[in-house]
Design a protein around this ligand. Sequence first.
Ligand SMILES: [Zn+2]
Ligand SMILES: [Zn+2]
Length: 273
Amino acid sequence: MKRTGIFFLYLIGERLNDFPEELEGILNRDNVYFYEAFYELKPTPEELLLQVHSPRMIEGVKQTPYYETALYSTGGTVQAGESIWRGEIDNAFVFTGTGDHHAGRDYFGGGCHFNGAALAIASLREKFGARRFAILDTDSHHGDGTRDIFKDDRDVLHICLCSQNYDNGTNVDIAIPYHVTDEEYLARLETEFTPRIAEFKPEIIFWEFGYDATSGDYGSKGLSPDCHPRIASIVKRAADDVCRGRMVAILCGGSRRDIARYCIPRIINCLAE
Ligand SMILES: [Zn+2]
Ligand SMILES: [Zn+2]
């Protein structure tokens, strides 16, 4: 059994209207810890933002209505990483109101404002001397912002399942065709992700969990909702094998409320097993 942190904020949009109620039965377990924005969950401090994003970009986000949401969304990921390093929890699920993966060093867009995985990595390096990290992106779209931040960083393995193929060792894209089956997708993940993680040996895995590739959502590749908890178990097993189970699932793209309601409790159950 793992100790699992759930990082949660209100202000998070229609797709998550069933939460935290849908976590009934999960939240009262002894091995599940709930961190709520404005209480246990703190916003990302500006000094940390400046380690990842340009002053101009941060100013731009301040002009949007999403600034506070972005501070708490990324704050959850930063705090998840720190809590794992301090040994308080083993893994985490982070609810977000704005995503990470289209937010680069000097730009933002596509529903992403600040890059939480990048901020967490900056924090773990500075506070704990952590060195090697992996980011898996199973959102339907290319994680251009994350790639922009880490393209020259050989201590960060970025594996992105999207619509193109690329591989220079630490920047890896895997093209997923339309109308893929769950079995084909998961087989691809097993052959492309698992061995790379075993070889790279990250100290933690960040998983950008977007569900927009689910059939009927805006980035559909034809996946069923069941595919996502199965991805979670593959990531969890890889984390168990190489980094003592350290992983953080970060909510990324996806719009359908019914898919969120179906997938998220199952993913958290998998993490907490
Ligand atoms: Zn997407
Ligand atoms: Zn990609």
